[in-house]
Design a protein around this ligand. Structure first.
Ligand code: HEC
Length: 102
């Protein structure tokens, strides 16, 4: 098990695991399934209707970077509810989203 994975699995609940942890795609995926999948298609694009922009489409947008996504997530925004994410969680989710870039 990678240290970062260990960190997210155990340490966040106990002491919070912040700046030092490396990007953790598994954490990003888990958080996305929990917090984002109700609105965004997070895996492969789906034919299902009424979804807002899919993660795959976000990743492919012109000029999109993990930094843009992470800061979007940390700031209040009008069209989407603000979610209680820590900075490193936002970065993990951003990294996870960017893996879908084609
Ligand atoms: C309640 C529904 C809802 C949830 C939950 C939600 N979103 Fe969104 N999200 C939206 C809407 C609506 C938009 C605006 C889409 C638009 O304007 O095209 C949006 C936009 C975005 C954008 C900007 C896309 C762009 O076009 O630049 C990102 C990035 C994003 N969401 C990521 C996330 C992530 C990551 C999560 C989970 C942590 C999440 N969203 C959870 C509804 C939601």
């Amino acid at each position: 098990m990678r240290p970062a994975t260990l960190c997210s699995a155990f340490a966040i609940a106990l002491f919070g695991c912040t700046a030092t942890s490396a990007l953790d795609l598994e954490n990003g995926q888990r958080l996305s399934e929990r917090w984002c999948a109700s609105c965004h298609a997070i895996g492969a694009p789906t034919a299902r209707k009424n979804y807002v922009i899919s993660f795959a489409a976000i990743a492919t947008k012109q000029g999109m970077t993990p930094e843009v996504i992470a800061s979007f997530l940390m700031l209040p925004h009008a069209t989407m509810p603000s979610l209680p994410l820590k900075q490193n969680d936002a970065q993990d989710i951003a990294a996870y989203i960017m893996t879908m870039k084609k």
